[in-house]
Design a protein around this ligand. Structure first.
Ligand code: MLT
Length: 265
């Protein structure tokens, strides 16, 4: 469905009934990265997966979008869907950066947290410099200039070798993404604060998932992150890289399913 909120049209997948799960995609992707989870959970839960501002089929790309801005958009999307009960928020990578902001600003709207392949630290200087360059170049050259360099960092070697359908689908999503949305998010990620000190305030049941071969957010770093969240379960997905829910949907879905069954909001 399309939801119009103050002149911005948000594309939002909204299926099923039951306790709401809000899926927040990574960079520079869209809601389709969660297809395997939407299909697996829509029979028991209300699954909601928006395209973030400017991404996918959503409009409203800005010059720079802070992680907090995306969290505010999510809050407004939930209001527009009349979802006032606490949700399970499931975010991957940039979706995780947004989740920390949502947890900080809207704790009353958060019932459970699932973070995949993400970090709470701010960017290092070299990463920040790369983002500024990307934001500038993508506006002139489009996503094509970086997509083929990015794909090998997103997936485990086995995925790259044996699952060309998934890799091609992801490539297509990236090259169709509005350059302005990519630039806005890159600048927003470069400016994002270190959220490590807020992890100990997260009071809801939390599941931390990481692909064993994730090069962007390593399993070792995510384990350290999980230890700092008071009520967190940490799981490593063998044979997966940064895109663990896409690369190993059955394993990830089983872990999420068990987590949801074992935790009450
Ligand atoms: C993502 O998957 O969202 C990106 O890897 C985030 C990032 O570039 O830090």
């Amino acid at each position: 469905m399309e939801l119009t909120i103050r002149n911005t049209s948000f594309h939002v997948e909204d299926r099923g009934t039951g306790a709401p799960i809000l899926f927040v995609h990574g960079f520079p992707l869209d809601h389709t990265m969660w297809d395997a989870q939407l299909n697996a959970f829509a029979d028991r839960y209300r699954v909601i997966a928006p395209d973030l501002r400017g991404f996918g089929m959503s409009t409203g790309a800005r010059e720079q979008s802070e992680m907090e801005d995306y969290a505010n958009d999510l809050h407004e999307i939930l209001d527009a869907l009349s979802i006032t009960e606490p949700v399970t928020l499931c975010g991957l990578s940039m979706g995780g950066y947004i989740a920390w902001q949502f947890a900080r600003k809207y704790p009353e709207r958060l019932g459970r947290l699932i973070v995949c392949d993400t970090k709470a630290t701010a960017d290092t200087e070299p990463t920040r410099a790369n983002r500024l360059e990307l934001a500038e170049r993508v506006m002139k050259e489009g996503p094509e200039y970086f997509v083929d360099g990015m794909l090998p960092k997103l997936f485990a070697d086995a995925t790259l070798e044996t699952n060309s359908t998934l890799v091609d689908q992801t490539r297509n999503v990236i090259i169709r993404t509005n350059p302005q949305a990519i630039a806005a998010a890159a600048l927003g990620m470069a400016a994002r604060p270190d959220m490590t000190a807020t992890l100990s305030d997260i009071a809801v049941p939390t599941l931390v998932i990481c692909g064993a071969e994730d090069q962007i957010t390593t399993a070792q770093d995510m384990k350290k992150l999980a230890v700092q969240i008071p009520n967190a379960q940490y799981e490593v997905i063998m044979g997966a890289g940064h895109m663990s829910p896409l690369e190993k949907p059955a394993a990830v879905n089983e872990i999420i399913s068990n987590f949801l069954a074992a935790t009450d909001i």
